[in-house]
Design a protein around this ligand. Structure first.
Ligand code: NI
Length: 389
């Protein structure tokens, strides 16, 4: 599979692959939602303890931070462990039956981190510092990273690396690109207060439905007419509500949705335009409008120099590399990268369906590659940081 791999790595690789596939199937069939990953956390803890890996006392309710090696120089590897409220339809013999599903590959991420922990444990005596392995809760709800950062467990970390499955890339292909690779994600809510009345006497009313329709229509020009065509932007209305019968103009209308962009500046510009649309409609329709919009997670911004380092490390191990697929999806790994230099890279798992689909299926054959790369990235970054200081 990997021609350039040295003998030691190749041996670790094949021995680990089988064990990891067994762990992966267990985690896949026991998915739990964000902040409720009790069994998942207990199982990770048991496996790591058996491997002699130290677990830090962080105060996290679910998820954990493990430690291999020691010393002043510290780097971190991060995975996520939560699942989605999706009923699985893969038909796999290890499919989940509890109504939740690892449909984003977090079972794959955490299993490769278990593999990386085992590899690093074997190399512990030659590590030039400490590796913190973060098994993060609640990525899907975009607040798990904040809880890990708030625990202080990463205060001494110089570099951080994380991975995500790429369903549409071949098994074990590594995708990595500099700059923004996941979008800044925000949500907005618009409350319109008009004046209700008889549908036969619209002139006596202030129709919130017409106001809402104008906002939805005019907002379509923000991405198409008011932003640079070279700046990727998505603005979607996902929920509208107004009225409850055929002959009454209601008092109120409501809409919510999401804004995606590749930077805070672009995000704030779109937010500003949407607010202007609301103000304009407020004036022309004679209604009052409350507009709320917040940034839930910034863009995932990869450090260009460290991207080259990850690419080189993957190639040295004999793995194929290419650019990552940029996505308008969000990732709370962004919060780590706001404070710590690092890289978020992709690994191909050749799934028949995309992430968050009930037939998403990561190919466990890529687990060995992910583990070997995570471990080598940590080992080599410690070496590089050590030689700089
Ligand atoms: Ni995910």
């Amino acid at each position: 599979m990997c021609q350039n791999m040295d003998e030691e790595t190749a041996m670790e690789f094949s021995a680990l692959q089988e064990t990891l596939a067994t762990h992966f199937k267990w985690f896949h069939s026991h998915p739990e939602l964000g902040h409720h990953e009790w069994e998942t956390t207990a199982h990770i803890r048991d496996i790591l303890k058996d491997a002699g890996v130290k677990i830090l006392d962080t105060g996290l309710k679910t998820g954990l931070v493990a430690l291999v090696g020691g010393g002043e120089t510290v780097v971190a590897l991060r995975c996520d462990i939560d699942a989605l409220p999706i009923a699985e339809a893969t038909g796999l013999d290890y499919a989940s039956k509890n109504g939740c599903m690892h449909a984003c590959g977090h079972d794959f991420h955490l299993t490769s981190m278990i593999g990386a922990a085992a590899i690093l444990k074997q190399r512990e005596s030659r590590l030039m510092g400490a590796v913190k392995l973060v098994f993060q809760p609640a990525e899907e709800t975009v607040n798990g990273a904040i809880s890990v950062l708030a625990s202080g467990a990463l205060d001494d970390v110089a570099e951080i690396y994380g991975l995500h499955t790429a369903p549409d890339m071949p098994v074990s292909m590594i995708g990595v690109s500099p700059g923004a690779v996941y979008a800044a994600v925000g949500s907005f809510a618009i409350h319109i207060h008009g004046k209700g009345g008889h549908a036969a006497h619209p002139h006596e009313c202030r129709d919130p439905i017409v106001a809402l329709s104008q906002i939805v229509g005019a907002a379509q020009t923000i991405a198409s007419r008011q932003t640079n065509p070279f700046d990727p932007v998505a603005l979607s209305f996902t929920h509208v509500e107004a009225g409850n019968t055929w002959n009454v103009i209601p008092e109120d209308a409501f809409a919510e949705g999401t804004i995606r962009a590749f930077g805070k500046e672009q995000f704030n510009a779109i937010k500003g335009r949407l607010e202007c649309v609301c103000k304009g409609v407020e004036a022309t329709c004679g209604v009052s409008i409350d507009f709320h919009c917040e940034l839930n997670a910034p863009a995932v911004n990869n450090d260009a120099e460290l991207v080259e380092f990850v690419k080189r490390t993957a190639q040295e191990l004999g793995f194929k590399t290419g650019p990552s697929n940029p996505t308008m999806g969000g990732e709370d790994f962004a919060f780590y990268l706001e404070r710590i230099r690092g890289v978020f890279w992709n690994i191909g798992v050749a799934s028949p369906e995309p992430a968050h689909n009930s037939r998403f299926a990561a190919n466990p054959a890529a687990l060995g590659t992910a583990s070997a790369l995570l471990a080598s990235i940590a080992e080599k970054s410690l070496k590089r940081l050590g030689s700089v200081e």
